[in-house]
Design a protein around this ligand. Structure first.
Ligand SMILES: [Mg+2]
Length: 248
């Protein structure tokens, strides 16, 4: 994964945060101070501007600039926490022009360690760690087992989403929501929710891992994935079924 993939990830994360701005703010209104969506949305739009201006050329530099910008633009706890996560990940990637799965796994581990160090939160405290920790673990496991890139990233995103949903029955032990005590139960943690959104923006950037017999465009052909012998040279091929049905 090169700088283009990482730039696309941050752009896509900014879009999904923007699209979920009100939802995140509502989650924060239930157990916090109702600013998470607005804060992150402002932060990520500043990140897009910074990436445009500085045009960092490596994955590590992109993540580091993302983190620094979030720290300077996002107030409360989430700016420093997300900023630290991205900066630690960026530092872990170093100057590499292309990042493989093991390097990305190490960067996520570094991000998680930074967040836990700064926030002193553990899994089960109802924070972003409850999305980031299982996601990191699932990704590292998938990579260690030799999963293809898209499958490993899908595992990352799915574990983050499940982790975020899993905060609903928890009582908050860290952060502003912990002031509510038992009244924090029954609400999804906004930081875990935004973490799941940001990590969820990553897998769609890679082509799906093709199942055996998949067609060129990643969809299974109609005869159950068994490829017909079609001439690869010659005029652009058409779908058999479509031609049959669409004759005028
Ligand atoms: Mg807040």
């Amino acid at each position: 994964m090169d700088a283009g993939v990482f730039r696309a990830w941050i752009r896509s994360a900014a879009e999904v945060i923007e699209a979920n701005r009100d939802r995140l703010t509502q989650l924060d209104a239930a157990i916090g101070d109702a600013d998470h969506g607005v804060n992150l949305s402002r932060g990520f739009s500043a990140v897009l501007g910074a990436l445009e201006t500085a045009a960092p050329g490596t994955p590590g530099a992109i993540l580091t600039l993302t983190g620094s910008t979030l720290i300077s633009k996002v107030g409360g706890a989430s700016g420093p926490l997300y900023g630290t996560a991205f900066r630690r990940a960026g530092r872990a990637l170093g100057d590499a022009a292309d990042v493989g799965l093991p390097a990305l796994a190490a960067a996520l581990e570094a991000a998680l360690a930074g967040v836990q160090q700064l926030g002193a939160a553990r899994e089960g405290d109802k924070t972003m760690v409850d999305a980031l920790a299982p996601a990191t673990k699932a990704f590292s496991t998938a990579v260690a087992e030799g999963a293809p890139p898209r499958a490993a990233l899908d595992a990352l995103a799915e574990a983050a989403a499940a982790g975020a949903t899993g905060t609903i029955p928890m009582q908050a032990l860290k952060g502003r929501a912990s002031y509510l005590g038992p009244r924090s139960v029954g609400h999804e943690d906004p930081g875990a929710a935004s973490t799941a959104l940001i990590l969820g923006a990553l897998p769609p950037l890679l082509p799906p891992s093709l199942p055996a017999g998949a067609d060129d465009d990643g969809t299974l052909s109609r005869n159950g994935g068994i490829r017909r012998d079609r001439g690869r040279e010659g005029p652009p091929r058409r779908r058999r079924g479509r031609r049959r049905g669409g004759r005028r």
